[in-house]
Design a protein around this ligand. Structure first.
Ligand code: HEM
Length: 269
């Protein structure tokens, strides 16, 4: 594996925050050595599980068309090695998603922000069918602390986002399964060696579309085992333990982390 590109687990422990940073257009999409494998997996999932990985409503059609044009333009300018071939009979959000490693979500304003088109082949234990057509607040209803700590700032950030300035942020979790496609909530086997659990990092970007005014949310997923990461970074185990130890108990339940810190500590010492 090449150097793991993002690891937002530091000595400060667990925290719930927006953590937004400015995004250059040239860094919107990331193409790496897993491009062929991941786009092939998307193709397979779109053939076999389409209703789980793609969802669209007519309200998202125009914005999805604008998104497809932007993706093609960005690939031509910054990733000329990618060959751009599309099937124009497919929905634009699916055409766009097949061209990139990112998952793509389109949120359209109608007084609030609603998910109106999405192609998400690599969900981190959530189910797109229950989210399509719903609002930012509804989407995040299962996330402990979101309503109290993030809902207002996230919605007002969406309201103020302009096409000239895009942003990115990171989310991470620790899972017992490295699969990219995980549409179901966690069921943990107690006998699995915790050092063979996997850190899953999502690099998310947020961008306002100039013509339709929709917001595009991209999710790029990177996965590495704890033992792989320990080989390249000395502080991984200590930081991971600190994050697990300091996460509120509701968050530990949500993430499937209850009892995991103790097992990890045993495995590492
Ligand atoms: C600035 C914007 C956003 C912030 C700060 C934010 C924050 C979060 C946080 C903290 C979580 C908990 C995940 C974890 O730690 O494992 C989460 C989960 C999630 N977010 Fe966001 N999010 C943002 C935008 C979006 C957007 C635009 C979508 C649109 C699809 C989205 C979809 C989700 C989903 C589906 C989950 C999983 C919910 C579940 O478990 O059912 N987020 N988000």
């Amino acid at each position: 594996m090449s150097e793991f590109p993002y690891l937002p687990i530091d000595a400060k422990g667990w925290r719930l925050h927006m953590g937004l940073r400015p995004l250059e257009e040239s860094r919107w999409l990331e193409v790496d050595e897993h491009y062929d494998q991941e786009t092939a997996l998307k193709k397979e999932l779109l053939a076999t599980q389409r209703s789980l990985v793609a969802a669209t409503r007519p309200e998202g059609d125009n914005a999805s068309g604008e998104l497809l044009d932007l993706v093609m333009d960005n690939l031509r300018r910054f990733h000329p090695e990618v060959s751009i071939e599309c099937d124009a009979s497919e929905h634009s959000v699916i055409q766009a998603s097949r061209l990139v490693q990112e998952d793509l979500c389109v949120l359209v304003p109608d007084g609030t922000w609603r998910l109106q088109a999405a192609c998400v082949c690599f969900p981190s234990r959530w189910d797109l069918t229950t989210k399509i057509g719903t609002t930012l607040d509804d989407i995040h209803a299962p996330v402990p602390g979101y309503a109290q700590q993030l809902a207002k700032t996230t919605t007002s950030f969406f309201d103020r986002l302009s096409p000239e300035r895009s942003f990115w942020r990171l989310n991470w979790t620790l899972l017992d399964d490295p699969a990219l496609f995980q549409p179901r909530r966690a069921i943990h086997a107690d006998d699995v060696n915790v050092e063979e659990w996997f850190v899953r990092v999502e690099r998310q970007t947020l961008r306002r579309l100039a013509v339709t005014g929709a917001v595009v949310f991209t999710i790029r997923t990177y996965v590495a085992s704890v033992s792989q990461l320990r080989r390249t970074r000395d502080d991984v185990a200590a930081n991971l333990l600190r994050a697990l130890d300091t996460a509120p108990i509701e968050m530990q339940h949500y993430k499937g982390w209850v009892g995991v810190a103790d097992r990890l500590r045993d495995a590492l010492t």
